[in-house]
Design a binder for this molecule. Structure first.
Ligand code: GLN
Length: 370
């Protein structure tokens, strides 16, 4: 395991407050994961949860000036006899993340999510087992994941799966991490009358398969034989989407195909088409936080010079693929409401709606063919 240079700071001597924020969207849907088999950290190495270097002679953490800091809240991690409780590990993990640039408001929740993953506990169980002393394999697994997050890897990729509209999706750097805004897009479809009678649908730029799989789960719950075509340019993403459809029990409803936008779809067939396309202007992609810009696929983000390249193409191609009266549902950038409304109207769509996300930003645009 490659290690991160800790940067001792004044606050290091005080553990942060106990985690208080809850991530409600995943509390009931985390899957178990085995943490056995994780390598045990070699003795005498600097502990990644400790801000202090380890003395090569004693194996005891030392302060930079050489003074023993046995009383440091982090140093006892080195001492097997003084094993730490799960609650303490989570608090120290959160402090470690904060020291490495994770916002203090998010670090406790992130540490809890990683602890759920390392222990295989659900959120509820994690809270009940705060006083447990986890075995070495669990501690090592937690430490390894904390280091990856501290090095700038998105939490979701480190965990390897993420919830979306009741589905649990594998996530990987070949596909965009599913976002809560996109859950809003799915909810809009499920509330629209076109959903009640829909038989054929397409999800353009499916990525992890998030939208297609969430819709398929809803159709399955309603015992409706909906066929959802999930299209993506990226073979890796399609592979992921296929696996996710299998894992979520909807492989009979989701059909994954390589394709460029909506151009390859059968003509006049679809009751609705949905897409969360790349809609960020190229120059703005460069200005995104590194966590997104350097870690998530640019193909899933970059919508060309004005961010509208892919939206324009989908709006045009969907006029061919939708049946008369069929509806197009899009996720858009917060400054694109007016432009996308115009694009939809010029392409002949009626009943055009631009709607906001929970943060109050324009995020959704829809229109129906006459
Ligand atoms: N449809 C996927 C999602 O909503 C991927 C979107 C994209 O890659 N732009 O998460």
């Amino acid at each position: 395991m490659q290690e991160i240079q800790d940067r001792p700071q004044a606050g290091d001597q005080q553990p942060p407050p106990v985690a208080s924020s809850e991530r409600t969207d995943i509390s009931s849907s985390k899957s178990n994961s085995s943490s056995s088999g994780a390598p045990v950290a070699p003795q005498g190495r600097k502990n990644v949860l400790s801000p202090e270097p380890i003395s090569p002679s004693t194996g005891v953490p030392v302060a930079p000036e050489g003074r023993s800091v046995l009383r440091s809240p982090f140093s006892v991690l080195q001492t097997p006899a003084a094993a730490l409780t799960l609650g303490t590990l989570i608090r120290r993990g959160a402090a470690y993340l904060t020291r490495h640039g994770v916002p203090a408001a998010e670090a406790p929740t992130q540490a809890e999510i990683l602890a759920e993953e390392a222990t295989g506990f659900t959120r509820g169980k994690l809270l009940l087992h705060q006083a447990d002393i986890p075995d070495t394999a669990v501690v090592d697994r937690l430490r390894e994941m904390l280091v990856r997050v501290a090095k700038g890897e998105p939490l979701q990729y480190v965990v390897g799966h993420w919830p979306f509209c009741g589905a649990e999706l594998k996530v990987a750097p070949c596909a965009l991490i599913p976002r809560p805004e996109t859950e809003g897009l799915v909810e809009r479809i499920l509330r629209h009358p076109v959903w009640r009678t829909a038989r054929f649908a397409a999800d353009i730029g499916t990525g992890t398969g998030a939208i297609a799989i969430a819709l398929a789960l809803a159709a399955k719950a309603e015992h409706r034989p909906v066929e959802i075509h999930a299209i993506d340019l990226s073979p890796e993403a399609l592979n992921l989407a296929r696996n996710n459809a299998v894992d979520n029990g909807v492989k009979d409803l989701v059909f994954c195909d390589e394709g460029n936008g909506a151009s390859g779809l059968a003509q006049g067939r679809y009751d609705f088409i949905v897409s969360n396309p790349p809609y960020i202007a190229s120059a703005d992609v460069d200005a995104l936080p590194p966590l997104i810009r350097d870690r998530e696929p640019r193909l899933a983000l970059d919508g060309g010079p004005d961010g509208l390249d892919v939206l324009r193409q989908i709006i045009l191609d969907a006029t061919q693929a939708l049946r008369p009266g069929g509806r197009l549902f899009l996720e858009i950038g917060e400054d694109q409401g007016l432009s996308v409304r115009r694009l939809l109207e010029r392409a002949g769509y009626g009943d055009v709606v631009v709607a906001r996300d929970l943060a109050g930003h324009d995020r959704y645009a829809e229109g129906s063919l006459p």
